[in-house]
Design a protein around this ligand. Structure first.
Ligand code: FES
Length: 215
């Protein structure tokens, strides 16, 4: 708890380019919130000094409030606590209660404020999702498409090979042309035989005629 002698807790409330603006943080009565923070008293009934500051450099955390420890709290190891996204009234109430109890270094941070602790070095989280029409997104889509096409080609090749191995000899798809060729050869041979038989028939007739003439 604060003592009458030591300096009380202090508040720094960011009111820069983003914090406290309706454009960045719509739907919040920023003036009323500043007035609310400016009316905080500590346990010794001392008014907590509030200083508004220019941009504190972490606009993505707007609105930013920094709670500085009392002299006693600092002596006990307390350090300034940066709080971000301080837009709800219940969060301001929690800050009020915390300071009333003693603030940083004297009592632990209220649970409701834990998710709001930030720092002056906080980095803006990167957006995971890439815009649909960005160059890198297009490249990624193209690569994925090519990969799929390659895989499909491989699968088709494998399936053909398997089918050829599974089929009995002479019935596979690769045997078709060979079979046809063999059939053509047979047909040629047959044709030749037919021709020769015709020829032999004619010769037979000739020899018959010559035998008649002789007789
Ligand atoms: S305006 Fe508050 S951090 Fe930038």
């Amino acid at each position: 708890m604060n003592t009458i002698d030591g300096a009380p807790c202090k508040l720094t409330v960011c009111r820069g380019c983003c914090c406290g603006t309706k454009k960045k943080v719509p739907g919040v009565d920023h003036k009323a919130q500043l007035a609310r923070l400016s009316a905080i008293d500590d346990h010794s009934a001392r008014r907590v000094p509030v200083r508004t500051s220019k941009c504190l450099g972490i606009c993505f955390q707007a609105n930013v409030v920094v709670v500085q420890p009392s002299q006693e709290g600092r002596a006990a190891g307390g350090r300034p606590v940066w709080l971000g996204r301080m837009t709800e009234d219940k969060l301001l109430d929690a800050v009020d209660d915390w300071i009333f109890e003693g603030g940083p270094g004297i009592v632990p941070l209220p649970a409701v404020l834990e998710d709001h602790v930030t720092s002056k070095d906080a980095k803006k989280p990167k957006k995971r999702k890439k815009p649909k029409h960005s160059k890198s997104a297009k490249k990624e889509r193209k690569e994925a498409k090519e990969k799929l096409a390659k895989q499909a080609k491989k699968d088709r090749k494998k399936a053909r090979k398997k089918a050829a191995e599974a089929a009995p000899a002479g019935t596979g798809p690769l045997d078709g042309p060979v079979k046809n060729k063999a059939a053509k050869d047979d047909a040629k041979k047959d044709g030749g035989k037919k021709g020769s038989s015709k020829k032999s028939g004619a010769e037979g007739k000739k020899s018959k005629k010559s035998r008649k003439d002789k007789s």
